[in-house]
Design a protein. Structure first.
Length: 169
């Protein structure tokens, strides 16, 4: 029995959304799972791609079928597991990026608690960061533009506040 190509027509679900459910290609729930030949060895891999994205979010090994030549066909259970795994992977990447680009510390300086944030703007041509101070009520006390490599620590935040919010060297 031939394996359908990824150009096979979509099958509509009862809810009207477009789905593909072929042995090597599944599309549903905003994701596409495609079983591909693993270029590194004789096995197979599965690429999980979120709708609208140019590149797969996750590529991992895929199980061989019983004949030890062809891949195991995708099914509903495998697809659901792949979607959950890829979604979690994307979520962790987004959390890591957010933690890298948005840092904060709270210090006591000049007899007041001050929250200092560093928000990096990863512009391809001119990256920079904004260093912002807020009081306990959320009122902005100061904001300066700094190099994206500025290291925000309790010590650097305290020095900035004690220096009357002058742009750090």
């Amino acid at each position: 029995m031939p394996i359908p190509s990824h150009d096979s027509p979509d099958k509509s679900s009862p809810s009207g959304d477009s789905r593909t459910q072929d042995p090597r290609l599944w599309r549903a729930d905003g994701w596409t799972a495609r079983v591909i030949k693993n270029e590194d060895d004789d096995g197979w891999a599965v690429a999980m791609q979120k709708d609208g994205e140019a590149e797969p979010a996750l590529v991992g090994p895929w199980t061989m079928g019983r004949d030890k030549k062809n891949p195991k066909p995708l099914d509903r259970t495998a697809f659901s597991t792949l979607v959950k795994t890829a979604s979690e992977f994307v979520r962790r990447q987004e959390q890591q990026l957010h933690a890298t680009l948005h840092q904060s510390v709270t210090v006591t300086a000049k007899s007041a608690r001050v929250s200092v944030t560093l928000d990096i703007v990863p512009d391809e041509e001119n990256p920079y960061a904004l260093l912002t101070a807020q009081d306990d009520a959320g009122e902005q006390l100061a904001q300066v533009r700094v190099a994206p490599g500025f290291k925000l620590t309790r010590e650097s935040a305290s020095k900035w506040i004690e220096g009357d919010f002058r742009k750090p060297g």
